[in-house]
Design a protein around this ligand. Structure first.
Ligand SMILES: [Zn+2]
Length: 368
């Protein structure tokens, strides 16, 4: 057997040696292929941006020419590209292009960021930002309208939490949107109240819709810029692909065009918003000509996120005994979605966004 293998190798080597040299060869560490049939390899060779060899080092050596860059991994592991299984690409881009609050270390720092933004904004102009998360803040609490009012009494301010499931609005924003102590939160949403029963500023999940009209609708150019920027952020972190969890159907052609124009440096697997399921069913699953943009899933929002206490739990939250979270999609509504894919045209993955255990199961069997 061994002699046979050596013979095969001997037959292969001359052909590889005659092949065009690779641009890049990597070896010298464990190479994980993510291919169950051949889980590891000794070397990888790349030419023209494509992998041309995954296998034995001796074969890769035949692809090394005078201009080949050879990388010795020195024991470090090499993996195929990582793909983020859940992100909102456009939102990430919009975060970068508006008031980017990612990494804000404290509530005090958040307020200072808003103060600086007010100085740059026209009187009455709406300030939109996102990306803050209070988990590690020394203040150990959500921001409130009152916090923001101190630095922005007149400019409406809307600041989205990093999870995308909550925002804090200041009093000017709540006023302009007509939200007060009598406003009922929509189903699947919550308006946090202060001790006097007034809106405290935090709007959870579907309650964010109450202030949505304050933000101007992005132009197609702004949407393109947001996707492009989101893709650049992902590529910079080293991701090679992303499952984009919740794209309006009308954005699909835009995402595909950006990829065709070389402006989207990652692969994108889209799940359309649940409101657009009919459009996707009518149009069918799609794959861009370059194969990098695939759309064949729908995103359903079953409940909220844990951090903003919107995830639907069986028991009350330990730090909010009055709340067990929010169901954004009722069981009856969910079952409609679950029944539909029995039609052959829609046997596609449905992607539930169910964080808590009472979020229904998307296969159509509620857990309780
Ligand atoms: Zn999501």
């Amino acid at each position: 057997m061994r002699r046979f293998l050596l013979l095969c190798l001997a037959l292969l080597l001359p052909s590889l040696a005659q092949a065009q040299p690779a641009d890049l060869v990597l070896w010298g560490g464990p190479i994980r292929t993510a291919d169950d049939a051949r889980p590891t390899a000794q070397a990888v060779a790349v030419r023209g941006g494509r992998i041309i060899h995954v296998g034995l080092r001796a074969q890769a050596a035949g692809l090394v020419g005078p201009k080949t860059q050879v990388v010795d991994l020195r024991g470090a592991a090499l993996f195929p590209g990582f793909v983020d299984a859940h992100a909102h690409l456009r939102g990430i881009g919009e975060r970068e292009l508006t008031l980017n609050l990612e990494g804000t270390p404290s509530l005090a720092a958040l307020v200072e960021r808003v103060r600086a933004e007010v100085a740059r904004t026209a009187p009455g102009g709406v300030i939109v930002g996102r990306g803050w998360i209070e988990t590690a803040w020394p203040e150990k609490r959500f921001p409130t309208a009152a916090d923001l009012d101190r630095v922005s009494p007149n400019n409406p301010v809307l600041l989205g939490r990093a999870d995308g499931h909550a925002l804090v609005a200041n009093s000017a924003a709540l006023r302009r949107a007509g939200v007060d102590g009598r406003t009922q939160a929509p189903s699947g949403g919550e308006i946090l109240k202060d001790a006097a029963g007034r809106p405290a500023g935090m709007l959870i999940d579907n309650a964010m819709q109450l202030v949505a009209a304050l933000q101007s609708r992005p132009t197609p150019e702004q949407a393109a810029r947001a996707y492009e920027t989101g893709g650049q952020v992902y590529a910079r972190y080293g991701w090679t692909g992303v499952h984009n969890m919740g794209a309006p159907f009308e954005d699909l052609a835009l995402i595909e065009r950006l990829s065709a124009e070389g402006r989207l440096p990652i692969r994108v697997h889209n799940a359309v918003d649940q409101a657009d399921l009919d459009k996707l069913i009518a149009a069918g699953p799609r794959r861009s000509a370059d194969g990098r943009i695939v759309t064949r899933a729908v995103k359903l929002y079953a409940d909220g996120a844990l951090g903003s206490r919107g995830a639907a739990l069986l028991e009350p939250y330990a730090d909010a005994p009055a709340s067990r979270g929010l169901l954004r999609l009722r069981r009856e509504e969910a079952l409609v979605f679950c029944a539909r894919p029995r039609r052959p045209a829609c046997r596609w993955p449905r992607t539930p966004s169910a964080t808590g255990p009472t979020g229904w199961c998307w296969t159509g069997t509620p857990r309780r």
